[in-house]
Design a protein around this ligand. Sequence first.
Ligand code: NAD
Length: 329
Amino acid sequence: MSKQETNNTTILITGGAGFIGSNLCEYFLGKGYQVVCLDNFATGHRCNLKAFENNANFRLIEGDIRNHKDCEAAVLDVDYVLHQAALGSVPRSIKDPVTTNDVNVTGFINMLVAARDAKVKRFIYAASSSTYGDSQGLPKVEEVIGKPLSPYAITKYVNELYAEIFSKSYGMETIGLRYFNVFGRKQDPNGAYAAVIPKFVMQLMQMQSPVINGDGNYSRDFTYIDNVIQMNELAMLTENPLAINTVFNTAYGDRNTLNDLVNYLKGSLSKYRPEIANVAIEYGPNRAGDIPHSLASIDKAKELLGYHPQYSLQEGLEEAVAWYWENLR
Ligand code: NAD
């Protein structure tokens, strides 16, 4: 898109104060788009908006996707929706399935209805690798899923079902991006439901032992934030009819064990403080609802969207660790 086209294009990013959402806001503002952020700061932070809160092309709507009126206000004059707002975390959903369902399912359908009524061009939403549930096969291909293993996974699968029905019933254009263990700058290291990478980085920076759930041989397709941004942009701009009204794995396409991960983190952080190399790793019980192994096939995204992930786990970790060292030490 030319500068003039991006300037005349408005993107609504729900959950824009969160980890992925705030990175999307920053990226699309950098490209000259008008960006609206809808967030209720349930898990997002104002500091994530600091770098661009005074940008004339940015507008914050403080509101809740469980509230129709907030959704209607947010989609006004919007061209594209990048729907990120949700309550993440499998353990949170096991502890409080009702709130997770309210936000992730009721909030999702509220946003779909608002986007339909406002006739937005396309609705792109954060789906999840948790939708693969108990399916055993690796790598995961979009068409073969198992039974969900948590309330969170159910909500993310229901999102896909609703998006498909809205495409069929109302002719809406939707694309779901099944994110696989995203990490990078601005991911929250604090709180009971913090993701493993920022949590371990913070612990290691404080010379505390990270505790791995299980024996450390569970594996994940860890995906750096810039790969996720690329997928959102491709999904937004694609003109390939085969890429619309479907879902895509959003991943790097490789898997690493938790033991590998901690060793990479120790290696990377010890460049800043050598003693970190000596911090011991501790092991605890496996967590309920955790999938043993996760690895995405990214063939569909490559073929239909022209996706080429730029960052491997190790390349992304170098950047993420530098950011945490600079900003949160
Ligand atoms: P995050 O918690 O940092 O961001 C979520 C944002 O949504 C927060 O800013 C939060 O305040 C906002 N929000 C929550 N409830 C809201 C509500 N009722 N109304 C308005 N805003 C609300 O999480 P994230 O990691 O950036 O995740 C973004 C999306 O990606 C979520 O939909 C999540 O389920 C999905 N996802 C993330 C990952 C990952 O590895 N981070 C993996 C799979 C899917």
